[in-house]
Design a protein. Structure first.
Length: 218
C-alpha cells in the first residue's frame, strides 16, 4: 500500500493555501505524489454535498444530522477512490489530500455535544475505513486556529471576492464549535497540530509552510 497524507482545518484556517505550497515544493523537488481535493464539486458524486451546503435541506448546519451529512461526503470520497486513485495508492504511491474523512470529524462532530464526539469519531473512522474500505491516513496535519481569527479571514475573503459563504461559513457559532471539535479530534485521533498564531501574533504563511514540510518530508 501507499501513503496517504491529509492537510486539514476549519474554514479560514489557510489549509488550502498550505496545501498548494506543499504540492508545489514537492513537485519542484521531483517527489512523486498524487494530489486530490475534497469535496469534488465538479463530479456527480458531490450532488448531495452541494444541496446540503447550499441550504436545500435547511438553512443551518443542524438541519441535517451529523451521521446523514457524513454519508454525503463519504460517498464522494468513495467514488474518488474507486475511479481515480485506488490503483496508484495500492501500488505504493503517495497521495496528498486537501480535506478527507477528517473534515467530517471536524464539521459534523461540531453538531454534537463534546461528550458525544469521541463516540462519533469512532463511528466515523469505522464507517469509512472499515465498512467502506477507504484508506486511513498515515498523517493528518491539522491547522489549529482560533475561530475568531478564522472568521476575520473568511470575512476578508468574502469581501475581496464578493461571494457569500455556505451554511458552514455563514454561522459564526458553528465555526466556533468546529474549532472545538477539531481540537478534540486532533487529541483523540493523533493529528499533528500546526498553530496558526502564537499569542497575539499571526504566524506567516512561509513559517507555517516550513513546519508542515518538515512533518511531511521527515
Amino acid at each position: 500500500m501507499g501513503k496517504l497524507i491529509v492537510i486539514e482545518g476549519i474554514d479560514g484556517s489557510g489549509k488550502s493555501t498550505q496545501y498548494r505550497l506543499l504540492c508545489k515544493r514537492l513537485e519542484d523537488e521531483g517527489r512523486g505524489f498524487k494530489r486530490i481535493t475534497f469535496p469534488r464539486y465538479g463530479e456527480p458524486s458531490s450532488a448531495l454535498i452541494k444541496m446540503y451546503l447550499n441550504g436545500e435541506f435547511g438553512g443551518d448546519p443542524d438541519s441535517v444530522n451529523a451521521y446523514a451529512a457524513s454519508s454525503f461526503f463519504a460517498v464522494d470520497r468513495y467514488a474518488s477512490f474507486i475511479q481515480d486513485w485506488r490503483g496508484y495508492y495500492e501500488s505504493g504511491g503517495t497521495v496528498l489530500t486537501d480535506r478527507y474523512t477528517t473534515s467530517n470529524a471536524i464539521h459534523q462532530g461540531a453538531k454534537l455535544p463534546p461528550d458525544r464526539r469521541g463516540r462519533f469519531f469512532k463511528w466515523l473512522y469505522d464507517y469509512e475505513f472499515n465498512l467502506m474500505r477507504l484508506p486511513a491516513p498515515d498523517l493528518v496535519v491539522y491547522m489549529d486556529i482560533d475561530a475568531g481569527l478564522s472568521a476575520r479571514r473568511l470575512a476578508l475573503r468574502q469581501a475581496e471576492t464578493g461571494s457569500g459563504g455556505d451554511i458552514h461559513e455563514a454561522d459564526l457559532g458553528f465555526l466556533e464549535k468546529c474549532a472545538q471539535s477539531g481540537g478534540q479530534a486532533a487529541d483523540l485521533l493523533g493529528w499533528k497540530r500546526i498553530k496558526c498564531a502564537e499569542g497575539e501574533r499571526e504566524r506567516g504563511v512561509e513559517e507555517i509552510h516550513r513546519e508542515i514540510y518538515d512533518y511531511v518530508a521527515g
